[in-house]
Design a protein around this ligand. Structure first.
Ligand code: 26W
Length: 822
């Protein structure tokens, strides 16, 4: 029922050019001859945007008219990446735009190059949300993404003496041509205050929350165009604005300064994205952000997307609220509050409606990443929500006690409210209790969730637990980012693969075709050149493109084990120094890292400093004859990923088994023809099963082995003592070889590895080195390597986010496509 061909448009080169000039003149008041690059970019964006608006409005109209069920995706993060190229792809206007600009003496690539991406996310979770809204639109599913319009997205990373420094991300400094502000549709959000009992129309008693302050939430709409369809969905991001009422009160009291200060406090709510990834800080402002955006979203949905007379008992027929991790979970008591306190529904009826409306996706297994909000803070900021949570917990625990009489330990384990180390609300438990479905993000992760982290809950409600393996959008991560490969695929199997990615299977026979393999290598070589050129201008890093491109890009986190990769590099260097290996026999490698560390995460920042320090030594070591290079471009983001991933030969996915929930970079690399070196963790397990053992460098402990070693008492020192090559590498760090002879510089890293090594880097070291030696051998046979790379592409179609969305639809959402017809 979906339209497969891109929307045709009657636009011509000259009409496009006319509209572009008109945008410049009449929207910006700028003459073409005097326009700056920013003016030109704005005009181009305005022109392209104009071609999507009719479809957007038609989509809204159709979805309202058909009274369809809508997927409301609640996510604190959307890591969107550059917008212009994506809009050009969706509208099918790229070549017209290029031609029109050329006719005016301008260059499309040049203008694309100045876009600052909206970095409204930290990493995997935020990028997943961006891929999902792309797929929802492409599949014609009525959907709205709700989130926060952070004025400052993820910080800009620079290196000062090799150490990470953070700068504010001023992505809005020149405005954004992609957003539609709607102060006319603002929603008030309250905080603080108290609750009281009031008598309602029927003489009954109701609770009423009387907030002490309120903030206005202003929506900014973004179009989310589908590919090969007319459907254009909405992403609605909320921005905080001080309310007039609030200002007036203080103005009237005569304190002008206080009034202005209060305004700042209110508007701080959407000021900055928290750069913590996996380690929640429990900050008051963060809880404010969370409540701010979900309260606005739920009210918006109920009052603006549903008819005025809608009976809220039918809410689950019209919406499914998907909770992207625990960040939006405060939406649960908020919906209960609206239904019970404001709409007068009976508690039990409201609870049924709520449970049928929410679903929860968990994105982690690390205990420290599970959000917990102190009762003290919740009671102060959201007193009514705390009461509601207590009542939910009471009822829930009564059910647990009825199912397991006398098992008080179990009740305490499962309680939504923990008592130790402080009284606090476990948001993952609240989400699990109040959702219809709970899913993990890869097969192994969902199993571990069910059998370990949430085992008590899956015992109680086995049917609640399911898996949806993550995916990535092939539009951005193949078609846009790898035009060379896309053309090769088009020529081999036609163009239908872009929204039917399993069709990449048809490439399998081409792996045996020598001329296809040669063409495939040519594309990879061109992508490497393009990336090398980019790094030269972007970072002043000079590299040869004639090498094995070994890439590890992801947030810096100990569990992801960038340290293991560093030890491999140092070991290679050490072997050459010791004469165990001749430089001439090394497979030339460029090892590229990209990683931001949470600003307060000390160990992660030390590891960044170590990588840069090792790079400095290795990159200039005469002994290595330039055959081993480290590139660590600062500020890895979506823009850079799109250039880097297509250039990779080897994808590093080396987390300790049982720690990476899924990974999505792993999928992007496989789809772009890199071979993975990886552990059986997250979605690596599924990649390995699909591409086959011959086309994947598997190594390392399995999750049950990790558990056993850990139960027996892990001693990293024993691995150090038993392995001379490992000792050599660690001793080299400790000796000051990468710190100008100073032995204290990296002491924190060395002593942690030897004494704690929470993520078993030392236990997996030997297996990793051996797997890397196999990589070198395999790369020497370029025909066999290309065959394996092509099979990676052909067998990774499963990892399209379109497939993920279909799985969500079948297993969780049960919403149907509503294609817009023209
Ligand atoms: C500050 C609190 C906090 C806690 C957790 C912030 C962010 C998180 C996220 C769960 C971190 C995250 O991005 N998780 C990643 O989600 C991806 C998409 O599902 C997975 O592929 C990654 O494995 C997972 O680490």
């Amino acid at each position: 029922e979906t339209t497969q061909e891109p929307p045709s448009s009657p636009v011509t080169v000259s009409s496009f050019a006319d509209e572009f000039v008109r945008q410049l003149r009449y929207e910006q008041g700028v003459d073409l001859n005097f326009a700056t690059k920013d003016n030109l970019y704005q005009a181009l964006a305005g022109t392209v945007r104009g071609f999507m608006i009719d479809n957007w409005l038609a989509t809204l109209r159709t979805q309202q008219a058909t009274e369809s069920k809508i997927v409301a995706y609640l996510s604190a993060e959307y890591l969107l990446g550059p917008q212009l190229e994506n809009a050009l792809l969706a509208t099918g206007l790229e070549s017209l735009a290029r031609g029109a600009l050329t006719s005016l003496g301008l260059d499309l690539d040049d203008l694309e190059g100045i876009e600052i991406e909206p970095g409204l996310g930290n990493g995997g979770l935020g990028r997943l949300a961006a891929c999902f809204i792309d797929s929802l639109a492409t599949l014609n599913i009525p959907a709205v993404g709700y989130g926060i319009r952070y004025e400052y997205g993820i910080f800009r990373q620079t290196f000062v003496d090799g150490r990470q420094a953070e700068q504010p991300d001023t992505w809005l400094s020149k405005g954004s041509p992609w957003e539609f502000p709607h102060p006319d549709m603002a929603v008030e959000v309250g905080f603080g205050g108290y609750t009281e009992q009031v008598t309602d129309e029927t003489g009954g008693s109701r609770t009423r929350w009387v907030p002490s302050e309120s903030v206005s939430a202003v929506p900014y709409n973004y179009m989310v165009p589908g590919y090969g369809t007319h459907n254009v969905n909405t992403l609605r991001l909320w921005s905080a604005k001080a309310t007039n009422a609030f200002d007036l009160q203080i103005f009237n009291s005569g304190d002008y300064e206080a009034a202005v200060r209060a305004q700042t406090v209110a508007e701080n709510i959407s000021k900055v994205l928290y750069p913590e990834d996996s380690t929640p800080q429990g900050k008051e402002l963060r809880l404010k952000q969370q409540y701010f955006f979900v309260a606005a979203s739920i009210t918006d949905f109920i009052t603006r997307l549903l008819p005025d007379d809608f009976a809220l008992t039918n809410l689950p027929d019209r919406v499914t609220f998907q909770l992207n991790d625990t960040h939006p979970v405060i939406a649960i008591p908020e919906l209960m509050r609206i239904l019970v306190d404001e709409r007068g529904l009976d508690w039990d009826v409201a609870w049924d409606v709520t449970r049928a409306s929410f679903n929860y996706t968990c994105h982690t297994l690390l205990p420290e990443a599970l959000e917990v909000w102190s009762v003290e803070l919740l009671g102060r900021l959201l007193p009514r929500h705390l009461e509601i949570i207590y009542r939910i917990n009471e009822q829930f625990l009564a059910g647990v006690r009825a199912a397991f009489p006398g098992d008080e330990l179990r009740a305490r384990r499962m309680s939504i409210v923990q008592e130790q180390p402080e009284r606090a609300v476990r948001m993952a438990f609240l989400a699990t209790v109040a959702s219809s479905k709970v899913n993990g993000v890869a097969a192994l992760h969902s199993e571990l969730l069910r059998d370990k982290v949430l085992n008590d809950f899956s015992g109680l409600w086995p049917e609640k637990f399911t898996n949806v393996t993550n995916g990535v959008t092939p539009r951005r991560f193949i078609k846009l980012s790898n035009p060379g490969l896309s053309e090769l695929i088009d020529a081999a199997i036609g163009t239908g693969w872009v929204n039917d990615l399993e069709r990449l299977r048809e490439l399998e026979p081409f792996a045996e075709d020598a001329s296809f393999r040669a063409a495939f290598r040519t594309v990879k070589a061109e992508n490497k050149k393009r990336f090398v050129d980019l790094l030269a201008t972007r970072d002043g890093i000079e590299l040869s493109s004639d090498a094995l491109f070994d890439v590890m890009v992801k947030r810096l986190h100990e569990y992801k084990r960038q340290m293991l990769k560093v030890l491999h590099v140092i070991t290679t260097y050490d072997r050459v120094l010791k004469g165990e290996l001749r430089a001439a026999d090394l497979t030339p490698r460029v090892v590229t890292f990209g990683a931001k560390a949470a600003p307060g995460y000390r160990m992660a920042k030390e590891i960044i400093a170590l990588i840069n320090a090792v790079a400095k030594v290795v990159n200039t070591a005469p002994e290595l004859e330039g055959r081993l290079r480290i590139a660590f471009p600062a500020n890895y983001n979506v823009t850079l990923a799109e250039k880097l991933i297509p250039a990779a030969d080897l994808s590093e996915q080396i987390s300790l088994a049982g720690k990476e929930a899924s990974g999505t970079g792993n999928m992007k690399f496989a789809l772009n023809g890199a071979l993975t070196i990886g552990t059986l963790d997250g979605a690596n397990v599924e990649i390995y099963d699909l591409v086959g053992a011959d086309n994947f460098f598997l190594f390392g402990l399995t999750e049950p082995e990790v558990q056993d070693i850990s139960d027996a008492g892990y001693r990293p020192g024993s691995y150090y003592e038993a392995n001379a090559s490992l000792r050599g590498a660690i001793d080299l760090i400790a000796s000051g070889a990468f710190s100008g002879g100073d032995r204290t510089t990296f002491q924190m890293i060395v002593s942690d590895l030897l004494d704690k090594d929470r993520f078993m880097v030392l236990a997996d070291y030997q297996a990793y080195i051996e797997a890397q030696d196999k990589v070198d051998v395999a790369y020497a046979d370029q025909e066999a390597w290309s065959r394996a790379a092509i099979l990676n592409v052909a067998r990774s179609g499963f990892f399209s986010s379109d497939r993920s969305i279909r799985d969500y639809l079948d297993r969780i959402w049960h919403a149907s496509p509503v294609p817009v017809v023209k």
